[in-house]
Design a protein around this ligand. Structure first.
Ligand SMILES: [Zn+2]
Length: 210
């Protein structure tokens, strides 16, 4: 029987091999369409397990259960709205890997509440940034002003009527959003220039999609 060689390439210096060098050790196991030696087979399994673990942690930290995963089966590109309780600012962002993105944002900013996600590409994100530009504080962070909160409430209500639900749920209960809108409405009556009050809490700037 012909000997099959491992197709992996070394990514770092290990066992006298240089990065980029083909392994070519005797392959023992087929993974998908490719053959691997014992070492690289186990490395691939470890990587897959780590990826699953990260995904599970992302689910848990945002209150998604396994069942709700199917909701985003086709929502690979999403626009998201997260509230940072520390200063009540709302970030409008885009991601093609929303769970991972939200987990990373939490590492960066601490506690975050997910207000809304909807399908959308980079263009949709830009449209939303433009739509709420009067509320912009810095980068992708916006004041929780009336137009923005009203939009979030409207979209969430729309999503709650969809059968089956086609979008990711927010972690903030829909029932809490009308109160948030009342607060925003009161504040926008008090202050006609949101930009003035916005400079008190300057968060970190615009983040880039990893
Ligand atoms: Zn190998």
């Amino acid at each position: 029987m012909q000997r099959t060689s491992c197709v992996a390439r070394w990514a770092s210096y290990a066992g006298g091999r240089a990065p980029g060098e083909s392994c070519s050790d005797e392959a023992t196991t087929k993974l998908g369409d490719a053959w691997f030696c014992d070492h690289h087979y186990n490395r691939a399994l470890d990587a897959a397990r780590a990826a699953l673990r990260r995904e599970r942690e992302a689910d848990e930290s945002f209150g998604w259960n396994y069942e709700s995963r199917r909701w985003d089966a086709d929502a690979s590109e999403s626009v998201y709205y997260v509230l940072r309780p520390a200063d009540s600012l709302i970030k409008i962002g885009y991601s093609a890997h929303i769970r991972t993105r939200l987990t990373m944002l939490r590492w960066e900013h601490g506690e975050l509440e997910l207000l809304l996600t909807h399908r959308g590409e980079r263009d949709t994100e830009h449209v939303m940034h433009k739509r709420f530009k009067d509320l912009r504080v810095v980068g992708e962070w916006f004041q929780p002003g009336k137009p923005l909160v009203a939009w979030i409430l409207e979209a969430r209500r729309h999503q709650s009527r969809m059968r089956p639900p086609g979008l990711l749920p927010g972690t903030v209960p829909l029932a809490d959003l009308p109160k948030m809108l009342r607060v925003a409405s009161r504040q926008s009556k008090r202050s006609r220039s949101p930009a003035e009050t916005a400079t008190k809490n300057v968060p970190t700037g615009e983040d880039q999609e990893p």
